[in-house]
Design a protein around this ligand. Sequence first.
Ligand code: JFZ
Length: 436
Amino acid sequence: MNKKRIIIIALLLFGLTSEVSAQTDYQPTQSNLEARQWFDEAKFGLFIHWGVYSILGDGEWVMNNQNIAIDAYEKLPSFFNPTEFDAEAWVKMAKDAGMKYITITTRHHDGFSMFDSKVSEYNIVEKTPYGKDILKQLTEACEKEDIKLFLYYSLLDWHNDDYFPRGKTGNGIAGRQEGDWNNYIKFMKAQLTELLTNYGEIAGIWFDGDWDKVNADWHYDEIYKLIHDLQPQCLIGNNHHVALKPGEDFQMFERDLPGENKTGFGTAASDVGELPREVCATINGSWGFDLQDKTHRSKRELVQQLVRASGFGSNLLLNVGPMPNGKIQEEHVQSLAAIGDWLNIHGETIYRSKAGSIAPTDAWVSTQKGKTIHLHLLEKRPKASVIPEFKERIKSVKLFADKRAVKFKQTKAGLLMEIPEAAQNEIDTIVEITLK
Ligand code: JFZ
């Protein structure tokens, strides 16, 4: 076959596939590639689950878990009046915690829009006594403080009749009617258009709910293309727990480290891709505000989770569930401040780092920038530490804390280091290894 013919066939094939699915041949723009890199280096963000469900203090799944009928649940917006909501205070709190971005629920599975939507009157401006658009306030505060904003958007909807046929969840909710799936897709596209035109630059869209109807036709080709056409830099992620789909810009891991799948419903190791990663986690045991949740995690646990995520080359998106009055509970404000204090001192080992060449274990992870490896020892050891199979040539080993030299030896067993117990830290003993 001559060259010309091959080119013609190739062009024909290319044309055919691009007709089938618009984002299949998705080529991220330069601005999108830059946004990915920014995201990859950002390392830490604040997740916010806030909606009319917060009033009941029983998590964001309360409509499903208590089987609250449509007409009963529809009363909730009339009680939603977060008079103490202060967008700037939230953004400053995130910034002081060392976070670089915020991801907020614009519409969760209950179907209530926490923004001014013209295509659904079931929204915060129309249906609550508060009557203001919290998203607008948040975008303005983020802009001012140079924090990027991502929008969580649920694919699953327990309130909209057009979410039909229904999925695995919400089937005990009385009052749901049968509607038209194509209308539902149109509705989501209209809302996403609102979100991407009325609020300035949006750093990303965080989809969730795919798992409710695994075999549904979500029209991702059209939806992802719409988003990238409106804002090419906007990063798309989807909490579907399977391999990346064409058109997505980052991969997320729910309460899980990439490839570990300890939850059992997480992403399999073979499905971990090469795009920027984000682990999401709760600050206690809940996403949405839960009045009775006392399982607030300690500073040690939270910092260690951030460090572990970094050691897996991933960001951590740490969640809070604000109260119905618009405040974030004091325990969580304190925890975030404590992480911020830690990052003020140790941030250089986290931000802009890559997963280090020393493979992660339960006892340690490593982060790396060029020839500098930061080994994070997450458990205290009596005096010596051994890192097996360490073969790279070392120039120096120091403690990050005070730059004191660490005695080390490289043997067949690996890298042996003597770190006096008194020099070890409860949360994270950071050893700075400089390679030759
Ligand atoms: C989802 C949401 O349902 C939850 O409310 C929260 O927003 C979280 C961040 O994301 O959680 C999931 C995701 C997947 C499953 C269950 C809950 N699943 O696969 O069973």
